[in-house]
Design a protein around this ligand. Structure first.
Ligand code: TA6
Length: 317
């Protein structure tokens, strides 16, 4: 259809404006939950008690979180423009309904197929202490070719003054059971990866995905002097990123998860990825709350599973 230019630009701008207005009308809360145009699909901003969070409807991807009185906790590459069908490098891509490379051999995308597509808004909530939004993805006949199951994913983002909680609920809406692997693939901002460490994984078994997927056991804190890409099993409920020079600790409390992924691409892999920004690897660290590898979830028809990651920040000095 030919779009007639209008006073505000093209008809497309009017369509986007109308979409934002409709979202604001149904799900907005003055001063607490607001929608804005973003490159591929709208973005929602949550505010409460001096804290804020930003979530792109494209991929239901968290793109920012600032607890009250704190700096930005989430890292987003300066070199990654929003592109239809792809997630922005950084934030929290949702890996679903599989984590990692496609093991089927069908050439399907790594980390599933919902990272780069628009999700719907299911509901929003603004109470005295919390602003929250739930984004929903439902499989379609088109996705059956990629993954022959019917399912719904619901990502809830809940913000309070000092915590951010991500919950990913998968419901098997079909008639056949399926195996699910998934991750909340969060990129955290650190002041310098060389001085950062991850506490809480001491004694946990892990797969080293940088090497030949050999299995090891963690001794002490995880530190960084090269590429690290590990799937840890049976982590404790609390994992902590200590950003030494930055003077703060990022606490990650997980539930519905028996695996955690720790990843920093370092120099060579960053160059191969091409969207990490100059020395971007020095300022980011992924600690992902997951069900990965051995920790696959079997979901019967009608059953549901929830993966939750709860974050808060403390000062280390
Ligand atoms: O979670 C770690 C990892 O599986 C790494 O191996 C690396 O591939 C990273 O995810 C990023 O994957 P992406 O598909 O977003 O480039």
């Amino acid at each position: 259809m030919n779009q007639q230019p209008t006073a505000t630009g093209t008809g497309e701008a009017d369509d986007i404006g109308a979409a934002i207005a409709a979202l604001a009308d149904r799900f907005g809360h003055a001063g607490r939950i607001a929608f804005e145009a973003h490159a591929v699909a709208p973005l929602v901003e949550l505010r409460v008690g001096g804290a804020s969070a930003r979530v792109a409807l494209n991929g239901a991807q968290l793109l920012g979180w600032q607890p009250a009185g704190e700096h930005e906790v989430i890292w987003v590459s300066p070199d990654s423009a929003p592109t239809p069908g792809k997630s922005i490098r950084g934030g929290t891509p949702v890996c679903w309904p599989w984590f990692g490379a496609d093991t089927s051999g069908f050439g399907r995308p790594a980390h599933g197929f919902v990272r780069g597509v628009p999700w719907d808004v299911a509901w929003s909530r603004a109470t005295a202490a919390e602003s929250a939004i739930a984004l929903r993805y439902r499989t379609t006949p088109e996705t059956t070719a990629l993954w022959p199951h019917d399912a719904e994913a619901l990502l809830t983002v809940s913000l309070t003054a000092d915590t951010l909680t991500l919950s990913l609920t998968t419901t098997n809406t079909g008639i056949s059971p399926f195996s699910l692997t998934q991750a909340l693939h969060t990129y955290f901002a650190v002041s310098d990866i060389a001085g950062a460490r991850v506490d809480g994984l001491d004694g946990c078994g892990y797969i080293d995905a940088v090497g030949a997927w050999t299995r090891h056991r963690q001794q002490g804190a995880v530190t960084f002097a090269g590429e690290v890409d590990r799937i840890y099993f049976d982590p404790p409920g609390d994992i902590v990123i200590d950003d030494g020079a930055g003077g703060h600790r990022i606490h990650i409390n997980a539930s519905g998860s028996r695996s955690a992924v720790v990843w920093n691409p370092w120099i060579d892999k960053s160059a191969r990825l091409g969207d990490m920004g100059a020395d971007g690897y020095t300022r980011m660290l992924c600690v992902e709350t997951a069900n990965a590898a051995d920790d696959a979830i079997a979901l019967a028809p009608g059953a549901a599973h929830t993966l939750t990651a709860r974050y808060h920040v403390t000062r280390s000095r």
